[in-house]
Design a protein around this ligand. Sequence first.
Ligand code: PLP
Length: 488
Amino acid sequence: MDIEDFRKAGYDAVDRICDYYLSLRDRPVVAEVEPAYLRKTLPDHAPEQGEPWADIANDYSSLIVPGLTHWQHPSFFAYFPTAATFEGMLGDFLASSTANPGFNWLASPACTELESVVMDWAAKMFGLDPIFYNEGEIGGGVIQTTASDSALTAIVAARSRYMTLHPSTSMESLVIYVTSQTHSFGKKAGLVLGLKVRALPVDETARRGDGLDATTLRAAVEEDRAAGHMPFVLVATVGTTTSGLIDCVKELGALLKEDYPDIWLHVDAAWAGCALSCPEYRERAQLEGINLYADSLCINFHKWGLINFDCSALWVRERARLIDALDITPEYLRTKHGDAGTVIEFRNWHLSLGRRFRSLKIWFVLRSYGVSGFRAYIRRCIACCDVFASHIRETSGFELVAPPSFSLTLFRILPNGPADEHYINMLNRAFFDALLARHDLLLTQTELGGTFCVRFSVGSARTTVDDIEKAWTVVKDIAKDVRLRFSI
Ligand code: PLP
């Protein structure tokens, strides 16, 4: 493809994207294909001779798009939606066009400098303490691929700090603390690093609305230390995947600082962290505890932050801890400015060397939306979720299984007459199966303290109150049918 071919193909691709978005509302949310549908259609080896671009582009539209689940669909209420924006797409497009893995300042000064600036913009938008700003040169923010990478990076830094403080500690005695509701990345970090992981219990029913508390943490640390195990990092969550549960970061952080200062506090706010942009949600989202005590904090822009996957923001209180843990500088990576310490070398702030130019999409989105536009989107999602939660609350035969958390609601249906929990779970599994059979909306399921329930999560950049009302009508009708089928 030469430049003029690219110009034509590029315009055509933009047309396809626009048509896709114009038709999104009328598409099924869930792909209507069977497993191996593509293998049966595509040749089993790459073509010997190159093919015309028009054929390739048409195959994208006719073969690939029908096999996609449409995460940007306004009726996508599953998992945690990923809100993509055209500004974010353009950022990715332009970043790909120059394909510069700006691992250190010299490799592409604009990549490092823009990342340093936009991570400070984001820190300010979220109300973070200046200690986390890059401009302060003590802490700082860096873009990672995912929250799992962010957590792994933080845990590596935590281990390094712990081993510096206690050099005679054996690796076998180290323990990563997570909770029973931490995302599975906690266990995966243990697998990758070959370290023990202990999940501290939290009230899984979440009816109190609070997660891990200091009493449970203290008891665990004392028990482990007495047995020769050394907890060195605690992963607390603001907004768990299952139910949006929030750990008491201030209480946990105060305990760690006072009595166990060698234990690192990582706060995973991968989803709910974006609510920190709105002053009215900062208390609930644990801003004070984060600012006072978190050693590291992760917020995924690619979940609830209007920025196309992937884009995970990690802030650390002391950048030196990351660098101590991860700086390996062979001769071929040395630079004049790096040696002098006058620039940030982001390659020492994460696991890989090469890195994508992700700050461009943050810059585009924050400039185009403005902080007020970003906040308006967060508030709209929460307001939409409140509408749904109100229907659940006010309609007999429905029940909230946990207090709604920001833009996430967990609910279940109740039978017409008295029934035990086993029966209610069966009823709800049938209800969820019936919901899944619909392709015009998508919700996901979970289990909380033995209670099977349905998650309703709002986050698409295009969801409106009308979409919520449409979803509620579907949910209500399906519940009625399922109850009828189950009535004895
Ligand atoms: N933390 C929370 C609370 C999540 O909900 C998720 C994913 O849904 C993750 C972490 C993992 O995110 P990632 O896919 O960016 O690793």
